[in-house]
Design a protein around this ligand. Structure first.
Ligand SMILES: Nc1nc2c(ncn2[C@@H]2O[C@H](COP(=O)(O)OP(=O)(O)O)[C@@H](O)[C@H]2O)c(=O)[nH]1
Ligand SMILES: [Mg+2]
Length: 475
């Protein structure tokens, strides 16, 4: 057995033990409990800023009025602790905080792989019975930040190569993608899937496919449904052969051994086995709660294709959380995530009166799957949040009418500007035709003086986020 496979099975065994330990200790869990919270989202959805702000607000606790344990005066304090997984990089809270709160405030430098941080939260239990047993309880909270691109890959486990190829090829010929997939599809056309293919051909096709995925992500089209995720966020696998494949059309003749189709299929299956399942066993299967950050405003700004694509990506993502014994994923190890929160980030890009609509739009995306998940016993929440509030909502007079605007320092400028970002629709169906260009959300700099009052980074609704994600464990 090769090393990767050994590690994979070891991962499974560990995860299995973990599940047993959890089940066996549910009695003691009341007093001293542990919770693993996953934070994910596609690139630039706001993970790093979110985790930094979450940690900072838990440490300082001066801006959490709707977190019950704080509101009722039972919260003692929190402290950073050494993390349990020694092979995973530590989330660099201190450095990110220094970026945000320095003399020249700037957004944290991006990171591209998994990282984690552990906090111990001390609080007084609310029930008399528990207080008699222990005056102060501790919740150990592990926060794990990982690329949403990896999460999207769980959907591949349910598709064989033929199906994945057919779906991906069809998608590449539609909408905004058609303008970006040309070079890859032309090159693919030049090869007979049933004929033998050398390593060089395979690598060239894979490279063109990867370029296409990157173009989808980086173009103004703002596309989300991009698989395999490691092609965009390779983590430690940069350059590995398991990341060199691409979809191939169904061959008409009988494919020879070593044919293009056969080689690509082998690599696809190897990717699922050694990369996707390992991520599942090592990280995903060990989470108790999950928050998925969504840059919905970014997609709205980009237009209908981006919104449709984001909807598809969220639906695919929710598929990974299906509970119940029938699905492969939960059948393997027993899914234990019982709360999933979708959060539309950067809500401070629009005026506060638009937040209910932002949330409603997000809700529309996840609604159908949400009912299925509630049926299985898991909660799915939606919220509009800003991890760091970079603007103020101000009322201005426009042709004799009061309109709500945002005021902040746009990126690249040095003075506050008042901006009318437009009104969000009540429902996605209200947007008709090609509405690209209807919204103008600007990027803002972190506000000067951020964090100086020592109460925790100014934010929008992080307390409600925390109440939903961990509030019940601080009761
Ligand atoms: N105004 C505002 N911008 C944000 C917020 N969170 C993230 N951003 C912007 O989004 C960018 C990407 O955020 P980051 O946390 O690095 O995303 P990640 O790639 O998911 O880790 C940042 O550099 C900011 O420009 C927020 O709460 N408010
Ligand atoms: Mg990040």
């Amino acid at each position: 057995m090769n090393i990767v496979a050994v590690n994979y099975f070891r991962g499974l065994a560990d995860a299995g033990r973990e599940t047993l330990r959890k089940a066996g200790s549910s009695a003691t869990r009341l007093l001293e409990s542990e919770l693993r919270l996953g934070v994910t989202g596609l690139r630039r959805s706001g993970k790093t800023v979110f985790v930094t702000a979450l940690v900072d607000n838990l440490l300082r606790a001066g801006r959490l009025p709707f977190l019950d344990v704080v509101a009722t005066g039972r919260y003692r304090a929190a402290r950073l602790q050494p993390q349990p997984d020694w092979a995973v990089p530590r989330f660099d809270y201190e450095r990110h905080l220094a970026d945000l709160t320095g003399p020249q405030p700037r957004w944290p430098t991006p990171t591209r792989a998994v990282s984690e941080v552990r906090l111990a939260l001390r609080y007084e239990p609310s029930s008399l019975v528990r207080r008699r047993l222990q005056a102060v309880s501790t919740l150990t909270l592990d926060i794990i930040d990982y690329p949403g691109e990896w999460l999207l890959d769980l959907g591949l486990l349910e598709r064989d190569f033929a199906r994945w190829s057919a779906e991906t090829l069809a998608l590449a010929r539609r909408g905004a993608r058609a303008g970006l997939s040309g070079r890859w599809l032309e090159e693919l056309d030049r090869h007979d899937p049933a004929a033998g293919a050398g390593d060089e051909t395979v690598r060239r096709l894979a490279a063109l496919y990867t370029d296409y995925l990157k173009a989808c992500r980086d173009s103004t089209a703002h596309l989300s449904l991009l698989q395999p995720g490691r092609f965009l966020e390779p983590g430690e696998l940069e350059g590995a052969p398991v990341l060199a494949f691409c979809p191939v059309p169904e061959p008409t003749g009988r494919p020879a051994r070593g044919s293009l189709r056969a080689v690509m299929e082998q690599r696809y299956e190897a990717y699922k086995r050694t990369v996707v399942r390992r991520f599942f066993a090592d990280h995903f299967s060990r989470l108790d709660r999950q928050v998925i950050l969504v840059d919905l405003l970014g997609a709205l700004q980009a237009g209908p294709d981006a919104v449709e694509d984001m909807r598809a990506a969220l639906t695919e993502t929710l598929g990974a959380f299906r509970h119940g014994r029938s699905t492969w994923l939960s059948g393997l190890l027993g899914g234990r995530i019982d709360r999933v929160l979708f959060a539309a980030t950067k809500a401070d890009h629009v005026a506060a009166d638009q937040h209910p609509r932002l949330r409603a739009l997000l809700e529309e995306f996840v609604d159908e799957r949400r009912r299925a998940m509630r049926f299985e016993g898991a909660e799915v929440g939606t919220m509009a949040v800003a991890s760091v509030k970079a603007t103020e909502t101000v009322a201005t007079d426009h042709d004799g009418q009061q309109v709500a605007c945002v005021k902040g320092i746009p990126t690249g400028r040095d003075r506050p500007t008042v901006l009318y970002p437009g009104e969000l629709p009540q429902a996605l169906g209200d947007l008709e035709g090609d509405w690209a260009g209807r919204f103008s959300f600007l990027d803002f700099q972190p506000p000067p003086g951020l964090g100086r009052d020592g109460r925790g980074l100014a934010n929008v609704r992080l307390d409600q986020v925390l109440q939903f994600l961990i509030g019940d464990r601080l009761a």
